[in-house]
Ligand binder design. Sequence first.
Ligand code: IMP
Ligand code: MG
Length: 174
Amino acid sequence: MAEHIVQMLSEEEVDDRIRELGAQISADYAGKTLHMICVLKGGSFYLCELAKRITVPVTLDFMSVSSYGGGTKTSGVVRIVKDLDQSLEGKDVLLVEDIVDSGRTLSYLMPLLKDRGPASLKLTTLLDKPDRRETDVKVDYTGFVIPDKFVVGYGLDYDQKYRNLPYIGVVEFS
Ligand code: IMP
Ligand code: MG
């Protein structure tokens, strides 16, 4: 089946929203240093664009996780494939995600990070699909709430493809 991508959010809409969030986060963290953690690979494009719009001092770290179990649903049991390089002790931490879907990954990850003793821990996601939520996840800064469609672009992939699209699109098959 041939697949094609239908645009859901334009490059300009995404960039404008990230700029707004950058301003809001900069105001909320005034006088502090923000330690941004990116969950690879999906969160990487959002992290870079958001970090560029933040005016308080920023430090960055990366982690990579994979969920156990096959299929299209995340099992909620997460394996850390690449852990953070730096300690979170005493830092104001912002976890940067591409999308919150079932919420299972974050329900596992947030308490794990909290246990590492940050001064504060917040979560931002570029996209939120609340219709699919199975666990309670508190998102502090949301880019866009979207309907239950499989989306790609801006770091999000279908079969590892389309991460580099500068907009958010829906994968359709014909
Ligand atoms: P969950 O919230 O634990 O179900 O899983 C979230 C992860 O599943 C995200 O970090 C993405 O990697 C992936 N994911 C969920 N929905 C989509 C989508 O629409 N497109 C691409 N990846 C998705
Ligand atoms: Mg992800």
